[in-house]
Design a protein around this ligand. Structure first.
Ligand SMILES: [Zn+2]
Length: 324
């Protein structure tokens, strides 16, 4: 997609038929791909009887563009197998929100989507969570290597800031914190970030995360001087530290600054744009921020292309609410 077509996109999306055409172009180019059998051929376009729309089972009209596979003879649209599939939200709105989400530095909230596009709160929330599924990195993403920073931060309130009735007796007795630790792995070579919420920052918790994401033999690990990293560093090719407690964040080539700036941007957005995120949903926002941070050197258009390339083949965690 060219810059010009992005700028004139809102103009292009006057009807649902337009939105289908734009998505077809982005996902398929000029050759439709059958989602049932994978066949790429000159499939048949099923032109509606009146040229523009077709009747649905419920009696309303639809501008869905329907194709028929030249091989398996099944019908399909460009939505089959994507995060848009089965949604009653107009495809035009999905696309416009994708463009908004990919061009806003701190992301956009469900509340903004609700106001801007006149969706119900439930529909806006559903739409944003489906988009976050597309933002998750590929399940078969390769291991990080080279110089990799591992660092953690804490997110959320503390019991003393909560209203009295929300504090449990256990909180009071133990002075417990309800802050959630977040660990981030940052590749200095590619800028890719992988973060996740974790129950605690012990070596036992961090070890499987590092193993699942890093090629240790080919990695120079950069961390702060926390004790847990001393035991974790053993399989790595090299390990260098900076001492956060002494206020040290850079030592020659060793730094954890990339993780610090990721955390700073994350917290600004969680507090500013999303007005606090519950622990239950935190991992979805982290997926969104990993996507945004990892693609920060791309142009808006390249970021949109990457996101659209990921709308298919996702495990859909969210069902659309009834009456949306
Ligand atoms: Zn087919």
């Amino acid at each position: 997609m060219s810059k010009v077509s992005f700028l004139s996109l809102a103009d292009k999306l006057r009807t649902e038929g337009d939105a289908y055409r734009v998505l077809e172009e982005m996902r398929w180019g000029d050759q439709p791909i059958c989602p049932h059998c994978g066949s790429v051929r000159k499939h048949y376009f099923l032109t509606p009887a009146n040229g523009a729309s077709r009747k649905t089972r419920t009696g309303s009209t639809s501008e869905r563009r329907v194709w028929k596979c030249a091989d398996c003879r099944k019908q399909f649209t460009v939505l089959v197998g994507t995060i848009f599939h089965g949604s009653k939200i107009p495809l035009r709105i999905w696309l416009l929100v994708i463009f908004d989400a990919c061009s806003a530095k701190n992301g956009i909230s469900a509340r903004e989507v609700e106001r801007k596009y006149g969706l119900t709160p439930k529909s806006a929330w559903f739409l944003m969570h489906r988009l976050r599924e597309a933002m998750k990195r590929e399940p078969i993403a390769g291991l990080l290597s080279g110089r990799v920073i591992v660092d953690e931060t804490w997110y959320g309130g503390t019991p003393k800031n909560r209203h009295g009735h929300k504090r449990t007796k256990k909180d009071r007795l133990q002075g417990a914190t309800d802050k959630t630790p977040i660990v981030a792995l940052v590749s200095r070579e590619t800028g890719e970030v992988r973060s996740q919420a974790i129950p605690n920052v012990t070596a036992a918790t961090l070890k499987p995360i590092l193993q699942a994401n890093i090629n240790t033999k080919r990695t120079h690990l950069h961390t702060d001087s926390g004790m847990q990293y001393q035991s974790l560093a053993e399989p790595f090719a090299a390990h260098s530290t900076v001492d956060h407690r002494a206020g040290e964040y850079v030592r020659q080539d060793v730094t954890t600054n990339h993780a610090e700036s990721y955390f700073a941007q994350l917290k600004r957005s969680l507090d500013g744009t999303f007005h606090h995120v519950s622990r239950e949903h935190l991992h979805r926002y982290l997926a969104e921020f990993d996507f945004r941070y990892t693609t920060c050197k791309l142009s808006d258009v390249e970021r949109i292309d990457m996101l659209v390339s990921r709308v298919g083949g996702r495990r859909l965690m969210y069902r659309e609410p009834a009456g949306a």
